[in-house]
Design a protein around this ligand. Sequence first.
Ligand SMILES: *Cc1c(COP(=O)(O)O)cnc(C)c1O
Length: 884
Amino acid sequence: MKAIRRFTVRPVLPAALAPLSELSRNLRWSWHTGTRDLFRDVDPALWDASGDDPVRLLGSVPAARLAELAADEDFLRRLGESAEDLREYVTGPRWYQERQAESPDDGLPAPGGELPAAVAYFSPEFGVTAALPQYSGGLGILAGDHLKAASDLGVPLIGVGLLYRHGYFRQSLTRDGWQQEHYPLLDPNELPLTLLRETDGSPALVRLALPGGRALRAHVWQAQIGRVPLLMLDSDVEENDPGAREVTDRLYGGGSEHRLLQEMLLGIGGVRAVRAYCRLTGHPAPEVFHTNEGHAGFLGLERVHELVQGGLAFESALESVRGGTVFTTHTPVPAGIDRFDRELVAHHFGPDAELPGIDVELILRLGMETYAGGDANVFNMAVMGLRLARGANGVSTLHGKVSQEMFQGLWPGFDPEEVPIASVTNGVHAPTWVAPEVFRLGARQIGERRTDRALSVGGSERWDAVADIQDSDIWQLRRELRAQLVDEVRRRLHVSWRQRGAATAELGWIDEVLDPDVLTIGFARRVPSYKRLTLMLRDQDRLLELLTHSERPVQIVVAGKAHPADDGGKRLIQDLVRFTDDPRVRHRIVFLPDYGMAMAQKLYAGCDVWLNNPLRPLEACGTSGMKAALNGCLNLSVLDGWWDEWFEPDFGWAIPTADGSATDDHRRDDLEAAALYDLLERRITPRFYENGPEGLPDRWIEMVRRTLTRLGPKVLAGRMVREYVERLYVPAARAHRVLEADAASGFAAWKNRVRAAWPGVAVDHVEATAVGTTAELGATLALRVRVRLGELAPDDVEVQALAGRVDPEDHIADATPVPLKPTGAPDGEGRLLYEGPLALDRTGPFGYTVRILPSHRLLASNAELGLVAVPSEATGEAAGVLMR
Ligand SMILES: *Cc1c(COP(=O)(O)O)cnc(C)c1O
């Protein structure tokens, strides 16, 4: 029989055990080994059965066991210590509080001058722990790591997301290797969440207006991530009609309208949830809003709407909001960017839908692809993200560059290098991803506190201590982690084969799968085509030989989920699974279904080599290899994302790529797969199996050591969040303050005036006279430029000379701008004369040009308006190539 209602009866803990409840609800346990050990000791068998989930554990412990613990002095002492440790962690001063005293000097006016009072961080998914399955892959895990690192650093962040009642899907396989999806129903009462309530005890309700008089309402659940609250909106509330209830059913499910409603709830509803949270808890209001990928971009519109309701004009409100907005783009793959039909968006905004009081045309204009190659009938969330944010970034140096090219159309007239998209390379939350065994080795070396600080905050001097660890200790650690992985793989494989319909009696061979002394390679990630799950199968005979080599075999563990709508991805999984089913190799290569955080934590630590072979440059950053590195696993990867930036032959391998050459995709896969096999055969396996005088693979161990000392301090989420604070949040908070004050309307009006007057701005004439001898190193040119500014004044613009090396197409590379100075009054034709010296400071082909840009102290970059005036062809005789 099916129940018509379900609810959860929460356990009543004996008073002495009350702190367990608090410890279970703060997800800090997910990265704090001491707290996890405490929960395990409540009941080891139930802990395992709960899948490491304290809330579930406490719901299942028999009353007799609780009574026993309540009388156990030793347990109570540990409980008291853990509770005190959490209290100290949550309330004590941390990096941010120490940093608060200083005030950086970047030239911007800085009333207050200090760090933002709070930052709201929006993301469509958050991967915090397997016990809160609200993520699909890297984007979500990164968001979870961002919150945890912010907590460690004391950054006053508020996370904002949706609570999906089915999360993302669970994956299993059919007998012949086809992916099956399951959507377990999550009951928020069984998750580590509390409902945000009004002072009268009723649930806080966020409401959005839908067309046709409908409404979309949501409750707000709060997860506590150390010091950081994470607000999750849940539309499955009784007041909603059935359609509205389903808005937060699944992560990345449903059609276009479903996605739009999810994103409106996340962005618009999310801002409303933040306001409610601050009102009810007294938390300071965020001065900076950070949107993790474009999905949450409507948050900017809601804030504009708030200001417009307060009486500000749209344009002024927009400036004020832009000032405090940071947008991070995460993918150069078009399918990763949300694009909606213009009409669909138009339908959901306006007088009888959301954000009444803002002209729908103004909203549409923000997302329109108004550039060459764009589609004006499409509303692009990344484009809106860029237009609504004053600070934008990609997630590795290479991805920053790729994004500048990809979005160059939004800043016509500027070279890609000038497109105002910075980069902050991703990092990973070490306390989450470092195996307890690795942590213990570190603690033995430099003590627990310093290890903890090295992992959360960074600082390379602490990592240098790894250099002193004995070879034998490192090797023993590696073997222990590998052996644990082997056990885990056998357990999971057994479960998988049972799901595939095998009887236990057929599965004896699984006890022999993998070998704790064989070089272990890991490959796990989502399965979009650019990640090339099956590149390793390109030459199956060669792979078979590697796997079954008599002296130097390798073993491979593979995992990954394909998006439910991606049959191509499912076919790749099937190809791989069929290969792994072959009795000749099934003891050396396995596919584990249901890749998620719990599996990942074991997998990264237990592998010797982490493989990544995306189609360069489509991997924006990639973070699994960083997590592997923190456990002493070596990276073998295409030079894409973070690896392009930090690879050194001392601690890993670069798979040569054929990108940029004229080869077709098939040929490219052939070339790159062959390079991969070559590396494995000639470089990697010999090094792993070659013992030095001590009987240990000392050259391999040295690479492990360098991975830890050199990559360790860089790949940390602590390093990443500190960069976000210093390079993006602080400038955004200051810009926000200045623009919010009276300047907002002035700045917006100035922008309008400049835009309107720009057609009258022109470079009319350029001449250069050599001072001294012509064109030789060390000489100086005197530039004289006549410009027309139309309605604008010299203060509104900067006239620049740009000089540098020229390529055969006369394109100036690495141009350095030199500002020119106005001299005297306008001539008879109303033209102004600008002058300045230009030093010939390099030999070889050299060229220069001049240009006029808008200039204002509040512009984030001089490309911000996308306006530039350059010499016309006719004037070009002087502004061009000077010499070759
Ligand atoms: C880290 C992580 C990812 C992202 O890995 P990439 O290398 O960026 O593909 C995906 N899924 C899980 C479970 C992870 O832990």
